[in-house]
Design a protein around this ligand. Structure first.
Ligand SMILES: [Zn+2]
Length: 413
């Protein structure tokens, strides 16, 4: 006798879910779910180890094949570091198109304690799906594929452009490289003026975020035997002055009051400079000749990124002449996107009434520099991102394709 498949949700729950999502999903059994294209795409995507330090060729080629099959015109860029980015378009060469964007890279999972499932294997347990990239953010791109499959793309009135990037997790480097080339990559297709980036927001609508500057302060000294400190110069000791200067600077940031900014970022309405790493010293018996301090600066959108250097220097006083700055990476903030049509669409589709601002950065940092109004909205939760046992709820997994399809219906059909 064939054992009936275990129902992973009670039928009442499914009906409730479908009603809530206005979804036509009729997946009722685990077997049905696991034989669906959505599962297949998600499973394949998670299986590619696209940690930012590794090649993303297999993942990019997978998208090139799938999008070509769906009728897209696809290009793969070749980045100087060997990575690829996916630029795909479909529909008439009209002005008012829509960009759908996600990043293919994920944060590392090796040596991350707490994983109880294989990070590269999509795993269903109860009402959650586990694996690296479930929330952040491979499954969003599977949602896009499913939405394209469920739509009659021959009837598009405006174009869809997919931008699937690399190296988002190491400073939005892929988007930085792609943004200024969009116009030439798309040829006759006008660059759409609005974008949906499906980062995990629990389907909340984000239209603004902070920027980021990562830099090093390098203190130089002179090595000597630690029994004769008078022969050397200890490079670590002045770090206390840098730390004190950082504290004073953050107090200044804290004392700047702006009611509009408070409304936008109610949780943390300030610029902030964090000392995130400090490294110095070779051995227990050597006066250290170098100390490196890594800082992460998170400015409100609109703050000039490089202002932090002058502000920190002025707090350092005379010490500024003895230190070196090493700029590592930066990404501008997202000044609130105000495209009324897109706001109305996202509010209608998500049934949300408010727009939100967040403190992390996204590829919108760079796409917005090309006069593209960027909105961040997708299934999954930012609290699950970058964590061991990263997950997405089954509800969000099943709701995603319908979310994307409805956004398309409102904006490009
Ligand atoms: Zn992400």
């Amino acid at each position: 006798m064939v054992r009936p498949e275990r129902l992973f949700l009670e039928r009442a729950q499914i009906l409730e879910l479908n009603e809530a999502m206005n979804s036509p999903s009729k997946l009722t059994s685990e077997r049905e779910l696991k034989s669906s294209p959505l599962w297949h795409w998600s499973e394949r995507l998670l299986s590619f180890d696209t940690v930012s330090s590794k090649s993303n060729s297999d993942c990019a080629n997978f998208f090139a094949n799938e999008l070509t099959t769906l009728g897209f015109n696809v290009q793969l860029t070749q980045e100087p570091n060997g990575k690829h980015q996916v630029v795909a378009s479909i529909g008439p060469t009209e002005e008012n198109g829509l960009i759908l964007s996600g990043h293919m890279d994920v944060v590392p999972f090796e040596n991350q304690k707490g994983w109880t499932t294989d990070p590269l294997k999509l795993t269903l347990d109860q009402d959650k799906l586990y694996g690296r990239g479930t929330s952040d953010m491979k499954i969003f791109m599977a949602h896009c594929l499913q939405a394209f499959k469920d739509s009659d793309l021959k009837k598009l009135k405006q174009p869809i452009v997919c931008l699937f990037t690399c190296d988002e997790e190491i400073g939005c480097l892929g988007a930085k490289s792609l943004a200024p080339r969009l116009s030439s990559l798309l040829g006759k297709m006008p660059v759409p003026k609005k974008a949906l980036i499906g980062e995990p927001t629990d389907f909340k609508i984000i239209n603004s975020h902070k920027g980021m500057v990562i830099f090093e302060v390098i203190l130089k000294g002179k090595a000597a035997h630690s029994s004769r400190p008078d022969w050397g110069v200890n490079a670590i000791m002045p770090a206390e002055k840098v730390i004190a200067a950082t504290r004073r600077l953050n107090e200044k940031y804290h004392s700047r009051h702006d009611e509009n900014i408070k409304k936008l970022f109610p949780d943390f309405p300030f610029d902030y400079l964090s000392l995130v790493r400090i490294q110095g010293g070779l051995a227990d018996n050597v006066v250290p000749d170098e100390c490196r301090m890594v800082f992460s600066y998170r400015p409100l959108p609109g703050t000039p990124l490089m202002s932090v250097y002058e502000e920190l220097k002025s707090e350092l006083g005379d010490l500024q002449d003895e230190i070196h700055f090493n700029h590592l990476i930066s990404a501008p903030g997202l000044v609130p996107s105000l495209n009324a049509e897109m706001i109305a669409t996202l509010k209608a589709v998500t049934k949300q009434t408010d727009l939100h601002a967040v403190s992390y950065t996204t590829d919108a940092s760079y796409f917005s520099t090309q006069a593209i109004d960027c909105f961040i909205c997708g299934g999954g939760s930012i609290e699950k991102a970058h964590q061991p046992n990263e997950s997405m709820t089954l509800e969000h997994f099943l709701r995603g394709p319908e979310f994307v399809r409805e956004v398309l219906l409102h904006s490009v059909f």
